[in-house]
Design a protein around this ligand. Structure first.
Ligand code: HSE
Length: 397
């Protein structure tokens, strides 16, 4: 099927997509219009191609594929709805929009001849969504843990590997085009959470409201935490997890203090990785660049190609109403650095380990339930405390 594209967004990823389409020079795939926001910015585009009004793309009958690579999730939602209603297919890299609004698109997902594809939204160049949809759908899903944010992993690599200051590492991640326009989304774990919600839809067939998922990031990471981990030969990785707990699953985003036995320990810089456990396929590790212009543009390009052969996600489990529950309780072993003794006392730790005090803060290790951790999340954030997962008790599921 010939694809006449309206490209919305010409930032880091949009320029990469434009370059890949131009390099291909395939008459079956053409970019008719490029919609941008800033009228004053100079661009290396044929003037006739540029437009500033979303509707100029969405109302153009010749355009049958809208490729949206913008930051704003509300505008992305408007684009997605209007594109699908008017019979255009959509390729999006907007993880927040997809994660939050996917159920609203349910009526379009069963296939009205259009499709919404978003491989570029999750894990950059790792072909994870289509693989979960097609390849892994034959297996019974056991668990998933992953590094899903390239910027956070880049920062952690720099501070652990090179002793770089956190702020400098974050600035570099921004300069290299890895970070979100608002980099708080990267370090707070919110970006990881959006991607985790998308992975849950395609692995378990279950959508979970992101606002209900425990999410803790690396924004409060301090040299004391790095020293503690390094003294034990460990590294910290920001992870998204969907793990078995009882008859269901529990889902959470958390920094994980891990040793070299964990495959995620070895993932550096802007690379992402997903560790999947299937009943038949056992453990599989997929890894690749998770952020940056060309890695993400490649994923978007692969969706464009998929549309030329009429591909759309089938959402077999999701549309059939997966019976899976993702609200299970889980006990986590935790490292906590906090200035607040009150948090340690009132959090509901069941298994208290080490407690040290130095330079006005406590370093504490102990076991805690996910529900108690969720209860104190705001306190942790606001008090500048840092937590990291250190493991699970054997047999705790
Ligand atoms: N800011 C995101 C990241 C971009 O660092 O992973 C790719 O989704």
């Amino acid at each position: 099927m010939k694809q006449t594209i309206g490209l919305i967004g010409f930032g880091v990823v949009g320029q990469g997509v434009y370059e890949l389409v131009s390099r291909r020079s395939d008459p079956g795939i053409t970019i008719k219009k490029v919609c941008v926001r800033d009228r004053l910015k100079k661009r290396s585009l044929t003037p006739g191609k540029i437009c500033y009004d979303l509707d100029e793309v969405l109302d153009d009958d010749e355009i049958n594929l809208v490729v949206e690579v913008i930051n704003d999730p509300d505008a992305a939602c408007y684009i997605a709805e209007k594109a699908l209603i008017t019979g255009k297919s959509l390729v999006s890299a907007n993880k927040k929009m997809v994660a939050e609004r996917l159920p609203a698109f349910r009526k379009f997902l069963a296939g009205n001849g259009t499709a919404m594809l978003y491989e570029g939204s999750t894990c950059g160049s790792i072909p994870i969504i289509r693989n979960l949809e097609e390849y892994y759908s034959n297996d019974i899903f056991g668990s998933l843990s992953g590094i899903l944010n390239g910027s956070a992993n880049y920062i952690l690599s720099r501070v652990f590997g090179d002793g770089m200051a956190y702020k400098e590492a974050l600035s570099q991640a921004q300069l290299l085009g890895f970070a979100e326009a608002d980099p708080r989304l990267d370090v707070s774990g919110e970006d990881t959470l959006s991607k985790l919600v998308i992975l849950a839809v395609h692995s378990l067939g279950k959508w979970v409201d992101p606002s209900t998922v425990f999410c803790s990031g690396i924004q409060n990471l301090r040299p004391a935490d790095i020293q503690y981990a390094a003294s034990l030969g460990m590294k910290i990785r920001l992870t998204g997890n969907i793990l078995r707990s009882g008859k269901g699953f529990s889902m959470f985003v958390i920094p994980w203090m891990m040793n070299r036995d964990n495959p995620l320990y070895h993932v550096e810089n802007e690379y992402n990785a997903v560790v999947l456990e299937g009943e038949q396929c056992s453990r599989q590790v997929l890894t690749g660049k998770g952020a940056g212009r060309m890695p993400t543009a490649t994923a978007v390009m692969s969706d464009i190609d998929a549309r030329t052969s009429g591909y759309g996600y089938r959402y077999r489990k999701f549309l059939n109403g997966s019976g899976v529950e993702i609200n299970g309780e889980k006990f986590l072993n935790i490292y906590l650095r906090t200035g607040s003794e009150e948090i340690i006392r009132s959090a509901g730790f069941v298994k208290k380990g080490d407690l040290r005090k130095s330079n006005g803060y406590y370093i504490f290790t102990g076991g805690i339930s996910l529900s108690n951790l969720t209860r104190i999340r705001k306190q942790l954030d606001e008090s500048g405390s840092f937590i990291a997962l250190t493991g699970f008790d054997a047999g705790d599921d």
